[in-house]
Design a protein around this ligand. Sequence first.
Ligand SMILES: Nc1ncnc2c1ncn2[C@@H]1O[C@H](COP(=O)(O)OP(=O)(O)O)[C@@H](O)[C@H]1O
Ligand SMILES: [Mg+2]
Length: 651
Amino acid sequence: MTAASAPQEFSLRQLLRWTWQVIRPAPWLIAAAAGADLVVTLGNQAQAQLFARVLDQIRALAGPSAAGAHPSFGLAYLLVVTVVLLPLFAFAARTISAFADSRMLEQLQLSLHDKLLRLGVEWHDRHDTATSVQLVDRIARGAQPALSMAAKYPLVQAIGLCTGSGLLSLNLGQSLKTPWEIQAIGFALLLGLPFVAWRLSNRVRASNAAVQAAETSVSAEVLNSLSLPGDIQTIGAAPQRSLRMAERLRAAAKARFMMAVNIELPNQLSQALPTLLQALFLVYAVLAVATASTIDPNAIGAIVAIYLLVPMVVNPLISLINFFTGLNAQWPMFQMFGEVLDAEPRTMDRPDASDWPANGSQVSLVGVRFSYAPGAAKILDGVDYRFEPGKLTAIVGRSGSGKSTIIRLLTRLREPTAGEIRMGDVPLGRIKLDALRRNVAIVGQKALFISDTVRANFKLADPGASDADIEAMCKKTKFWNILLDKQPSAPLDLTMSRDGEPFSGGQCRIFAVTRALLRRPAVMLLDEPTTGVNPLQLEELAAQIREACSGITTIAVEHDCDFILGLADQVCALDAGRFAQVGEPSRLAAEPGVFHDMLEARRRLAASGVQMKTEAFPAPTIGGKAIPAPMAAQAGALKIAAGSPMKSMPT
Ligand SMILES: Nc1ncnc2c1ncn2[C@@H]1O[C@H](COP(=O)(O)OP(=O)(O)O)[C@@H](O)[C@H]1O
Ligand SMILES: [Mg+2]
């Protein structure tokens, strides 16, 4: 995310909130996985205790009271049963976890995807698309296991820690008669030492930063050396450069070594801790038995139980600490998708939002002002106009004059800074977004296509449209013949690419208009219909649009005034944030003003051989001489026909 806020500290509240959002659709699954994990943890502890009791019974067998069926058989039998059952429980726990994990990931990716769709252009303007893609894909896959752990792991481990400590205390107190002070010291060691390991591991982060810095300076030195290699040779700087490079490399090697040491120390400590503590407790237990005046018959079992239980208390603690340390280190990643999960679209339905009004096709702008940010340049500075219902009005203006901005305002992708847009008698902001999207169709400067069949592309606008509906609409806009040309049998099954291939620029436009009409909109908005269209197709395109949009209130914004002459019923010329001129195109063309000036400028350009639509290419010439305009247009068209990647820049 380009505009990501500064990284913040780990926050348990945020973690729990995001975790809840992800597990909400299937909390019982996580509960089942946690339950199964708990059964395994408690089962292991019970097994240790059981084993100790069996040993006691066996020892008692050697005693004087041994006679008949001894209870040790029952206990041994129970032990065997748990030994067999525990792997089965562990298998069940893993299976449930795997299922829960895959459901959670599915949910997380879908909610990120849907949220990114709902956040709209305003959010995407501020955020990098490539990062958003990574977020739904790689980052979500990396974060999900941690969120799933966060939902169950601390609870399971904490319960395991408590029961393990309880059993340990039972064995120490009852069988070995350990005074509470000694027990307290034992538990302090048990619970305190893992924290020492954790404190040590905190140094890893600092040494990691040192390695990063050292490696960056190595790269910088390589860049220094290679920026002008010739000069380095000629001024005899090579030995100096080599010396400096050697210094940097030595510093980097030292930093890496220190990091390895800093990683290994806590590593070894936390690995050795369970055995170390086991040994300590064992020594104590043996000493306690050896020095006791009377030996409890269960003492041997207690010693074995203590030996087995110590790791069961230390390990959950170590892994809990590791878990939270890992979360802390990866916190920036969680923040990235937390930002998306928490974000709300700026444009939402008001509580008093109403449906589409009956006279909604009467669109008017009332004193509309707009700038993209507070204090930024005013793009629109008081625009007043009432569009003629059922007619095609063109808004013309130079590049950057604010034409597309008006379209964004009309679709509520942006809100006016002042003034109001009305659909019939209802202000745009008071119409339910859903109703607005159904009734106002937009064909953007670059039409949206997905790499799928033609049918799937039509269904983006109307999922309920049948093949017959699509065919009827295509016939109305004359797009059907184009489709039949490409694929005579089952034309709707034709697959296309995201940039509209195999259709030409003009065909893509008609495709997009046809698709928009499938929604039977009351208002149609066209943003620069000539973008990416071969100049030779413009006349045909104008006729097709007129035919397709007849009877619908249509607002087209366009910088190509020649095209507008053949298209619009009315023209509004946008200049300095206002409609400087309004009227019929032929009248405006004849009177002095913005429209006339733009028309003239375009014709002069065309006459000089530079096609507006092919402005990315130099003016075609023959033997160094400019070709006359009509031929030049054809030459431009030939380039396009030959498959040049012609897509004129959005204006
Ligand atoms: N998202 C944005 N943030 C800030 N400025 C913008 C944004 N979009 C467009 N602008 C600026 O607003 C002005 C009008 O843009 P636009 O309406 O796209 O012009 P055009 O008439 O070419 O369609 C331009 O100066 C443009 O640079
Ligand atoms: Mg534009």
